[in-house]
Design a protein around this ligand. Structure first.
Ligand code: AHG
Ligand code: MN
Ligand code: MN
Length: 342
């Protein structure tokens, strides 16, 4: 009988093998990643049944960013929160769906990690059966262990993330994460309920074949952003930028994942309606920037690397240019010709 067992690597085995490379590791981060796997499986099961159960439609409330909350947003928020808050690995959590950070109970068992997450990304796509995702960012606590965790633990620069990743509920469910040693992707085998290593050490192409942007915002962009997008669409005429194909799903996780694998640039610039762009720094841009940088790509706000931005508030937004390195550099060069708004 052929012996194939070692060719199947579960996420548990992979995380454990990674942990062994760090003799100083206590296993807490590994366990926190397993907690997120559990949340991923629970959310995935719910998403897969979305058309069958009474979970579609709006819950009627408006979240801190002014979007109408979908029921699945709340379900995913609770799933992540329940998976991480009682295990003694996390001390404070920030969710897109909650204005204030949530302290983990009880005080005596609060852990050394901070988690920031977008429980359900791409929520306008829920009702139309299009891919959606979850994004997470993990930091180490910086305030003293004996006191209460505070905003300072949550407002850390992206470069300090100890882990980041996303779960994509697409044609299959995938979990993609980095702890700063490359980017690894796992696909959920629903028949056994395990994430299996399917994309080890993902490297994103240096130049991409896609540009991804909501072009309906064209008239609200600055001339420099218009020039950059026009060059991605038509080529720059000088031979440096070839015309690209367009792909835009409107689910950040799905758009980023496709470009990570196939190469491309995703842009969500500032515009006259949203002076800071639309996407949130702490739980959308920063974790995805770490993933993309770790895969050999780049992410900026048009001028500075996303991972160097110092956050001032929990739900702060940022313009985002992310993807293949050469494409992001090309956009940044065009944007640098524009004066910084006062
Ligand atoms: P969320 O569903 O978490 O609020 O995020 C929505 C975001 C993101 O997923 C996507 O890239 C972007 O909104 C799409 O915005 P537009 O509809 O303006 O293109
Ligand atoms: Mn989102
Ligand atoms: Mn969301």
């Amino acid at each position: 009988m052929p012996h194939t067992s070692t060719s199947i690597i579960t996420i548990e085995r992979f995380i454990m093998e990674q942990e062994r490379l760090h003799p100083e590791a206590t296993g807490e981060l590994s366990n926190l990643l397993y907690d997120l796997c559990l949340a991923a499986k629970i959310i995935s099961r719910h998403v897969r049944r979305a058309g069958l159960t009474d979970i579609l439609g709006s819950a009627g409330a408006v979240n801190v960013s002014g979007d109408l909350q979908q029921k699945l947003d709340l379900f995913a928020h609770d799933a992540v929160q329940n998976a991480v808050q009682h295990t003694g690995r996390v001390c404070i959590a920030v969710s897109e769906e909650d204005e204030e950070p949530m302290l983990c109970p009880p005080a005596s068992r609060r852990g050394k990690y901070v988690i920031l997450y977008d429980p359900l990304d791409g929520s306008t796509n829920i009702d139309v059966n299009v891919s959606i995702g979850t994004i997470f960012s993990i930091h180490r606590r910086v305030t003293a262990r004996k006191g209460e965790p505070s905003l300072a633990d949550c407002l850390q620069v992206g470069r300090k993330q100890v882990a980041a990743g996303y779960i994509l509920y697409g044609s299959s469910t995938m979990l993609v994460y980095t702890t700063g040693q490359g980017v690894h992707g796992f696909t959920l085998d629903p028949t056994i309920g395990e994430f299996l290593l399917s994309h080890p050490d993902i490297r994103t192409p240096e130049t991409g074949k896609y540009y991804s942007v909501n072009e309906s915002n064209w008239n609200r962009w600055t001339p420099a952003v218009q020039r950059a997008v026009a060059a991605f669409k038509n080529g720059d005429g000088g031979g440096r930028m070839q015309a690209k194909n367009a792909r835009y799903i409107g689910s950040l996780v799905a758009d980023i994942h496709r470009n990570l694998i196939s190469g491309g640039i995703f842009l969500y610039p500032a515009d006259t309606r949203s002076s800071e762009g639309k996407l949130r720094l702490l739980y959308e841009a920063a974790p995805l920037a770490l993933v993309v940088e770790q895969a050999g790509g780049a992410a900026t706000d048009g001028r500075r690397p996303i991972l160097d931005l110092v956050p001032k508030s929990l739900h702060q937004r940022t313009p985002l240019f992310i993807g293949s390195k050469a494409d992001v550099a090309f956009a940044s060069e065009i944007l640098s010709t524009e004066s910084v708004p006062a």
